[in-house]
Design a protein around this ligand. Structure first.
Ligand code: KG4
Ligand code: ZN
Length: 358
């Protein structure tokens, strides 16, 4: 079964072909440089850019693989959560393509696609506990199958990625700042007591990262020298060159990253304890923040202690991509699921199996 996957939920336009569970090819265009000029994603511009690139990317994908529309059995498209204008471009394109190619059509939950992305590279033994950490979401799920994901906890305010991006903005780092904070942190040493581990003293598996961001804001309020340098010509933030100034920034990033990672690790351990009697086999770490080097290490330590398998996508499959949409599309289509062409994009996301037909 050949599935075309389309991802346009935020600022990456990406299309991919998955055949019988294997990735054939992926094309992608990132708008990160454009939105970096504004310090965050501008929704209206994002949807226009998707509109510009989706057709050429699809053509390139077909040309590179020698696939023709009639070969495609399923068209899977990110249905939400995401920015409505951006989702609409992918959904409209996917519907038109499915209609023209006489293929089955399927709307995919973007978060669930992140979780199953690791399945492209390794066998996923279920049931699993999944930590999904992205720019807009921080969720814990118990995963029993591609159509059976039970939410256990989520962030009540900012997502982990947002905590990195907003702190990075305060420090004058380029957007999105998660990767820069991670890289700078690897050069520094963390002060464990500099930042709080927020929202741990409660019975829930929920998260709250907004206080951490405020702690960073308070720390740097009286230390203006920490808040980054600008390239006069482009007006864009630039990282300081090696020297004492960069060393201080590195220590600050290391301390902040440690607070985020220890907070996530605490709730993952709590979730594993709570699910102790449910025969979990795997811990899945997914979403853009899963690229974080300290977080990957912390999750590896947890699975070793708990005797679980560990599944996390390679770095290039952690952030938004068409391959994950295509792969989950293939999994669900293999179970017989589809949507009719009146399916709508849902910016807040839907729970599976939602309104899929079987
Ligand atoms: O999943 P994703 O590509 O987009 C959403 O669906 O939100 O995640 C993007 C997020 C951004 O917040 C970005 O800063 C973060 O992933 N990110 C990282 C790293 N690489 C990307 N955060 C921490 N460490 C990283 N190495
Ligand atoms: Zn995402």
């Amino acid at each position: 079964m050949l599935c075309l996957g389309i991802e346009t939920s935020c600022d990456d336009t990406s299309l991919a072909l998955v055949q019988d569970g294997k990735l054939l090819e992926q094309t992608a265009s990132s708008q990160a440089d454009l939105h970096a000029l504004f310090g965050g994603v501008v929704p209206e511009m994002a949807s226009r850019e998707h509109g510009r690139f989706i057709g050429p990317l699809c053509d390139a994908l077909l040309k590179r693989t020698g696939v023709v529309p009639a070969d495609i059995d399923v068209v899977a498209v990110a249905r939400g959560p995401g920015l409505l204008g951006s989702l609409l471009v992918g959904v409209a394109f996917g519907k038109a393509f499915a209609l023209g190619a006489r293929a089955r059509f399927l709307g995919i939950n973007h978060l669930h696609a992140h979780i199953f992305a690791a399945g492209l590279e390794q066998k996923l033994e279920l049931p699993a506990l999944a930590l999904l950490v992205s720019g807009a979401h921080t969720h814990l799920y118990r995963v029993e199958g591609s159509d059976t994901l039970h939410p256990l906890g989520k962030t009540l305010d900012d997502a982990a990625g947002e905590a990195f991006d907003k702190a990075g903005k305060m420090l004058g780092l380029p957007y999105p700042a998660g990767r820069h904070i991670d890289e700078l942190a690897n050069e520094g040493s963390a002060c464990a007591k500099l930042f709080p581990r927020p929202y741990l003293n409660n019975e829930t598996l929920d998260f709250s990262f907004s206080g951490l961001k405020t702690a960073m804001a308070s720390y740097i309020a009286s230390r203006r020298e920490l808040t980054g340098k600008w390239d006069v010509c482009s007006g864009q933030p630039v990282l300081p060159s090696p020297g004492p100034e960069r060393a201080v920034l590195a220590d600050l990033c290391a301390s902040y990253r440690l607070a985020v990672v220890e907070t996530l690790a605490f709730k993952v351990r709590k979730a594993l304890l709570r699910e102790e009697n449910t025969a979990l086999r795997t811990l899945i770490l997914a979403g853009g923040v899963a690229a974080n080097s300290l977080l990957r290490g912390a999750m590896r330590e947890i699975v070793e202690a708990a005797g679980l398998a560990f599944a996390t996508p390679s770095i290039q499959l952690c952030t938004d991509n068409g391959a994950m949409i295509s792969y989950l599309g293939w999994l669900l289509a293999s179970k017989g699921y589809s949507h009719t062409l009146d399916m709508e994009a849902v910016p807040r996301g839907v729970r599976v199996p939602d309104d899929m037909l079987r």
